[in-house]
Design a protein around this ligand. Structure first.
Ligand code: SF4
Length: 91
């Protein structure tokens, strides 16, 4: 699980590697902001400095597996409902 605590407005982007299927939707929506890691193939937020709120939310909305989670001041903003993945604990 990677997070990016240096965004403006108290925003934090968390990318869950267990959810990321490396289909590059986020990198298409926000090129240069999200990139796929060369070694792992998992998406990372590569440019916190220049990432806009719109790009972050657009990428999170484009992700089919809800791998991009957005928090603000520690409170989850997106997705509002995090659907369990196959294999997640049921509790
Ligand atoms: S859109 Fe989601 S699943 Fe696809 S590469 Fe980005 S984070 Fe991973």
């Amino acid at each position: 699980m990677t997070s990016s605590p240096n965004l403006k407005r108290g925003l934090e982007v968390i990318i869950d590697p267990n959810r990321c299927i490396a289909n590059a939707k986020c990198t298409t929506v926000a090129p240069g902001i999200f990139v796929l890691d060369d070694e792992t193939g998992i998406a990372v937020l590569a440019d916190e400095e220049n990432a806009t709120v719109e790009q972050i939310f657009a990428a999170a909305r484009a992700c089919p597996t809800q791998a991009i989670i957005i928090e603000q001041y520690g409170r989850r903003m997106f997705p509002q409902i995090l659907t369990p993945m196959f294999g997640d604990d049921a509790d």
